[in-house]
Design a protein around this ligand. Structure first.
Ligand code: RRO
Length: 305
């Protein structure tokens, strides 16, 4: 029996549960040179805003002993250029397309999502209410349950396909925010965005990135992400896309057992861009070994003391 890796989230069918994480492969063009994007469950784009943004000046990433710190500051081409230059390429890809949307005002989120509604091949929107590196919008929205609910419900009015709420770990209770997103009509959650941190050069006493603080990603955040996925899974009923330090099929399986239906690979793409292909193969082999027919047999099945 061949294991079936397909999963379904909010009525959208994915060939496998492995997606790219926003911000880790731009709009997919460079990745498509390395492997056919049909190998992915979905491609998730870098956040798109209403106007183009240059982001923060360099240095805007720093390697730490336990992961990567970034404060890109939402650098992106803006919705106009995304529509004219990026969507035609994305429309040709034989994978699901999820567009991550960000903004500094709710009206901006709404306008971008309304524009994306015209493109059927934009299968889902991932609403970034959790960017740690901008002064307005982003994490500010995602830390306030009322604003979370409102942003989702307003976006749902203008975008007719499913909306995923990407949640921040930098909150007192991620479950409270997840419940607010659910209340607002979200169709799924992405859990988690990066954890706020900093790093300093001890010779110059200078912070290592120009924004002084940034988001920590990579394997160091995996245990935090797993716990947050499981907390949201236990208290809410929407499907979850798990994100945080995934480097192998073993990591993916941990996320599935904690309650994720799918996962996103982010920071590891900078080390091994074709890692999703390896992970898919390893996951299939694990399922065969464990005599599992479908991903469903793993979701939320963690055994607890
Ligand atoms: O662009 C960024 O600095 C950024 C974003 Br939008 C985000 O959602 N998460 C992150 O770690 N960096």
């Amino acid at each position: 029996m061949k294991p079936n890796l397909s999963v379904s989230i909010a009525g959208v069918d994915f060939a496998n549960p492995i997606m790219t994480a926003s911000g880790c492969c731009g709009y997919g063009e460079e990745l498509a040179v390395i492997f056919p994007l049909s190998k992915l469950g979905a491609l998730v784009t870098k956040s798109i805003t209403l106007k183009p943004r240059l982001g923060h000046p360099s240095p805007r990433t720093a390697e730490t002993s336990s992961g990567m710190l970034n404060a890109i500051g939402l650098a992106n081409v803006g919705i106009d250029k995304f529509v004219t230059d990026k969507i035609p390429f994305l429309e040709k890809q034989k994978t699901k397309i999820i567009v991550n949307v960000a903004g500094s005002k709710l009206a901006e989120y709404i306008e971008v999502c309304a524009r994306l509604n015209d493109f059927e091949r934009v299968d889902m929107i991932e609403l970034n209410i959790s960017c740690p590196n901008v002064d307005e919008g982003g994490m500010e929205f995602g830390a306030d349950p009322k604003m979370t609910e409102k942003s989702i419900s307003e976006v749902k009015k203008v975008f007719s396909r499913p909306v995923i709420a990407k949640l921040s770990p930098n909150v007192t209770s991620i479950v409270e925010i997840a419940k607010a997103a659910e209340q607002g009509g979200a169709d799924a959650f992405s859990v988690i965005n990066s954890l706020v941190g900093t790093a300093i050069d001890i010779e110059t006493w200078q912070t290592k990135i120009t924004n002084n603080k940034g988001g920590l990603t990579g394997p160091a955040i995996k245990p935090v992400a797993l716990q947050m996925v499981n907390a949201v899974y236990s208290k809410c009923s929407l499907p979850i896309i798990g994100i945080g330090g995934i480097q192998s099929a073993a990591d993916v399986i941990e996320f599935l057992l904690c309650g994720a239906t799918a996962v996103q690979v982010g920071t590891a793409l900078f080390i091994q861009p074709d890692l999703p292909v390896t992970i898919e193969k390893e996951l299939k082999a694990y399922m065969k070994r464990k005599k599992l027919n479908s991903i469903d047999e793993l979701i939320g099945k963690v055994r607890k003391y």
